[in-house]
Ligand binder design. Structure first.
Ligand code: GAR
Length: 210
């Protein structure tokens, strides 16, 4: 099984969805370590409760981004990590780190990329008046929220929505598409060709209406 490391900053519900999926016997990846840049991240307790090794690497303890990223790399190497999943990790990674993990690192973003890169995606979707919103799992490139798209989940935007209700609906989609995307990539059924992801043998479409 592919050994993955999950990087988090917060509540870790996507991390928990990946851990749950990885508990299935036929899942092609196992979670080797969960790393948080925040000691108080709620996801740490969730990972510990699931018996997963955890590490806190506080970005504030390092002089620059290079030193912080080098510390993450060391921890990933110590746990034999072969593949990285960013799951609500709120730090920008250096070009060196992104290059080292080229096609071996994926991220989940709470919008239908390439729309709404960056922060506050749900309020911006409401402000734009889009009728569908959602989430995207993609390979990480240097450039925020850029990279070949593996899977997307779309949800309707309701007239009654505020950012919180829309975020909750999108999060439900995230918890479905992240395990699906990791399964596709870890099993070798999805791979990057010419900066697009091609999938073979799909039992389930990678773009799903949730
Ligand atoms: C998720 O909605 C994820 O898509 C988003 O943060 C949330 C983390 O929730 N990620 C980003 O905004 C990345 N820039 P979680 O900690 O419960 O998985």
């Amino acid at each position: 099984k592919l050994r993955i490391g999950i990087l988090i900053s917060g509540g870790g519900s996507n991390m928990a969805a990946l851990v749950k999926a990885a508990g299935e016997a036929d899942f092609p990846a196992e979670v080797a370590v969960v790393v948080s840049n925040r000691a108080g991240a709620g996801g740490l307790a969730k990972a510990e409760a699931a018996g997963i090794a955890t590490a806190v690497i506080d970005h504030k303890a390092f002089p620059d981004r290079e030193a912080f990223d080098a510390a993450i790399d060391e921890t990933l190497a110590a746990h034999g990590v072969e593949f990285v999943c960013l799951a609500g990790f709120m730090r920008l990674l250096t070009e060196g780190f992104v290059t080292r993990w080229h096609n071996r690192m994926i991220n989940i973003h709470p919008a239908l990329l390439p729309l709404f890169k960056g922060l506050n995606t749900h309020q911006r979707a409401l402000d734009a008046g889009v009728k569908f919103h959602g989430a995207t799992v993609h390979f990480v490139r240097f450039g925020m929220d850029e990279g070949p798209i593996i899977a997307q989940g779309a949800v309707p935007v309701l007239a009654s929505d505020d950012a919180a209700t829309l975020a909750a609906r999108v999060l439900g989609a995230e918890h479905r598409i992240y395990p699906l995307a990791l399964r596709l990539v870890a099993s070798g059924r999805a791979r990057v060709e010419g900066e697009k992801v091609v999938c073979e043998d799909m039992g389930e479409p990678p773009g799903a209406m949730i």
